[in-house]
Design a protein. Structure first.
Length: 318
């Protein structure tokens, strides 16, 4: 997914009575070449730009930090309804297999669009657009990135070579490249020169190509948005988090009247075991990103596999 990062990663986000701990920087990559940086986060006041647990400055440390996508919810679970906006944010990662990248993008979309509140889709996110890799400082436009580069290199805190790697991991410009409409010059964004370079992968990832492919990330987003409109439970249902201590699985249930919904996602690059609650035995699968058909009992999820189960209890009149 393609959401630009906040200026500083938040170790902990406080939302009303809920504390969402960003426990660790996971290896989840929502789309090709991008790591989730701020997970499922609410728009809040940014934290201090410097992390105090090291001599280096916050997100510019260059460490392989990847922000957690498994929120831990404390306190009244229903306070999640006070969360008005959900976004996902991404950094950079070495290129990966396109099929796996698309699976990751679908998994992130499935989880986000199944949560209460308003879900935001940053331009290009619905295509699985990726971060760009700038290897020259003059390619950057973000004032913060440029200022930090100059400050840290001139002070001797970092070498120019190391700081460029930090920018490739952390700069907000990585997600600000022009929308990739088609495979023509400048990705169909303009006939002139854009304010920042177009990602060179636009010939493989663009809107025109995805509109023609019924199995594309774009059409998957359409399916998820359609489900949100068809099922009120997705928007208004009571939220209950599951697997709170699991570093691989992010799961939750939604409940409204006689309806119940289960969302499960393996946010890791390894297989993960989960046990589907007995109450969802025989439930309808609303959507999945790998075409799984069996969901009873203990199952082994593939890397970045996700699904949503739904059932409605039929009340018989006496």
């Amino acid at each position: 997914m393609r959401r630009e990062c906040t200026k500083a990663l938040l170790n902990t986000l406080f939302i009303s009575d809920i504390c969402i701990n960003l426990m660790k920087y996971s290896q989840f990559t929502a789309v090709s070449g991008r790591n989730v940086k701020s997970g499922l986060s609410h728009q809040t006041e940014q934290a201090d730009r410097f992390q105090r647990n090291s001599f280096t400055a916050g997100i510019w440390s260059g460490d392989d930090q990847q922000c957690e996508v498994f929120p831990k919810c404390h306190g009244d679970r229903n306070n999640l309804f006070r969360i008005e906006q959900w976004v996902t944010s991404n950094g950079t990662n070495p290129p990966i297999d396109p099929a796996l990248a698309a699976r990751r993008a679908r998994a992130a979309a499935l989880v986000m669009l199944g949560l209460p509140g308003t879900a935001f889709v940053y331009q290009g996110e619905e295509l699985g657009m990726t971060n760009i890799y700038f290897d020259k400082l003059e390619d950057y436009r973000d004032i913060e990135s440029i200022n930090y580069f100059e400050e840290f290199t001139e002070s001797g805190l970092m070498t120019p070579e190391h700081m460029m790697k930090c920018l490739m991991l952390r700069s907000r410009d990585n997600a600000r490249t022009p929308m990739q409409w088609d495979d023509s010059k400048q990705a169909g964004f303009t006939e002139g020169e854009p304010w920042i370079k177009v990602n060179p992968n636009y010939k493989k990832i663009n809107a025109a190509q995805q509109l023609e492919d019924p199995d594309s990330v774009f059409h998957y987003y359409q399916k998820l948005i359609r489900l949100r409109k068809e099922k009120d439970i997705i928007v208004y249902g009571e939220f209950e988090p599951l697997y709170r201590e699991d570093d691989q699985i992010f799961a939750y249930t939604r409940k409204q009247d006689q309806e119940k919904l289960l969302t499960v996602c393996n946010f890791s690059d390894k297989n993960a075991e989960v046990e589907v609650p007995e109450e969802f035995k025989g439930a309808e699968c609303l959507i999945t990103n790998l075409g799984r058909k069996e969901f009873d009992g203990k199952i082994i999820l593939n890397p970045y596999e996700a699904f949503v189960l739904y059932y409605k209890h039929q009340v018989t009149e006496k």
